[in-house]
Design a protein around this ligand. Structure first.
Ligand SMILES: NC(=O)c1ccc[n+]([C@@H]2O[C@H](COP(=O)([O-])OP(=O)(O)OC[C@H]3O[C@@H](n4cnc5c(N)ncnc54)[C@H](O)[C@@H]3O)[C@@H](O)[C@H]2O)c1
Length: 335
């Protein structure tokens, strides 16, 4: 029997979830909820539609709820899904604070259901190659990591949704644009002990309440030093999203616009395969996001529920990523 999915929030990313649920031979889309009734026109035939989440959760029979609403609603909708007896997939960021993540984890434990945190960049082939390299111990001690996130977000992006750029609903660039990079940093190098840096809103004061640029120094629990630089002011288009690792027995840079290439490597022993994937960003029309790996995320839900395979990103890991973001904002001085 197919795994039955429901989606709450049918915007850019909700539609992407739907596409992959419809394509996967083991999954079925049974219901969609969105506050906006016009969304109903784009729902496939046979899929029920609701504008009220509580009514959908009371009415339908589904196994999994995908939470694709704006950031500030992730906690409430995830907990509602768990309490309705569904496994839940929650888009990034898992929530806007560690305290919210803790409540979500407590609800998962109380209901015996699983939270799948979406961090689809983990599936990027260059990320997987470097993950294997780091975990094998071949690199030796990691000394320093440089993370550069140089993207563009223009007025059209902020005009698309009333939550975007709002402190209480969006949280800031580290939550919305760059949490994937914080996640890959965490995935490859583990937790962070301390963070300090500077932030400023240079070019988005007319339409956002948050910073658009930041530069941080972090000390990781493994004692490596991390430089983390980000901006949404790259002129006219995304320029770079990269992570460079300087270690005892090698230097490696995952680069491209969204961690899609192995841009540089100088390693003791065998080289990593050359990887340069250029055509697979999530394209939202007026802006580009991360690599489009949501098909793999849906398949991970199938594998975990059907075959007891490990969850790619657990709720505890999603919480750890939010913790690093909190550490960074707590250590930030406004320029
Ligand atoms: N994994 C990724 O690469 C990725 C990419 C884009 C967005 N996201 C995340 O997905 C989430 C949504 O982003 P988006 O770009 O799709 O936003 P969006 O504004 O395009 O879509 C959000 C949708 O949620 C609906 N909504 C809002 N409140 C609701 C409620 N109470 N009940 C039901 N529906 C409600 C809105 O009407 C809208 O259709 C955000 O958390 C974002 O960070 C993740």
């Amino acid at each position: 029997m197919s795994i039955r999915f429901a989606i709450i929030g049918f915007g850019n990313i909700g539609r992407r979830h739907a596409g992959h649920i419809l394509q996967n031979p083991h999954t079925q889309l049974v219901s969609v909820c969105d506050l906006n009734p016009e969304v109903q026109q784009s729902i496939p035939a046979g899929v029920s539609f609701f504008t009220d989440a509580a009514e959908m959760l009371r009415t339908i029979a589904a196994d999994v709820l995908c939470v694709c609403t704006p950031n500030h609603l992730h906690m409430a909708h995830t907990i509602a899904g768990l309490e309705a007896g569904m496994q839940t997939v929650v888009e990034k960021p898992m929530a806007l604070s560690v305290a919210e993540c803790d409540k979500m984890i407590a609800a998962a434990r109380a209901t015996g259901k699983t939270i799948f945190a979406v961090k689809q960049n983990r599936y990027n082939p260059p990320v997987q190659e470097v993950k294997k390299l780091v975990d094998s111990g071949r690199l030796g001690k990691i000394f320093m990591i440089q993370v550069n996130c140089f993207w563009n977000r223009g007025d059209a992006y902020y005009a698309e949704g009333d939550w975007r750029g709002k402190k209480a609903k969006d949280g800031g660039c580290l939550f919305t644009q760059f949490s994937h990079f914080v996640d890959i940093l965490y995935y490859l190098n583990g937790p962070v002990d301390s963070a300090s840096g500077w932030v400023q809103n240079f070019a988005h004061q007319h339409n956002t309440e948050v910073e658009d640029t930041g530069s941080f120094v972090l000390k990781a629990a493994n004692e490596s030093i991390i430089n983390f630089n980000f901006t949404t002011c790259a002129y006219q288009r995304n320029m770079e999203g990269s992570i460079t690792i300087f270690a005892e027995r090698g230097t490696v840079k995952i680069g491209g616009q969204y961690l899609n290439t192995i841009e540089y490597q100088q390693l003791e022993g065998e080289a990593l395969p050359e990887i340069n994937i250029s055509a697979k960003a999530n394209d939202y029309g007026r802006y580009q996001g991360s690599m489009s790996n949501h098909d793999k995320m849906i398949q991970n839900v199938v594998d975990a529920l059907r075959n007891n395979m490990p969850v790619m990103t657990t709720a505890e890991e999603g919480r750890d990523v939010v913790k690093i973001i909190e550490q960074m904002y707590a250590g930030a001085i406004k320029v």
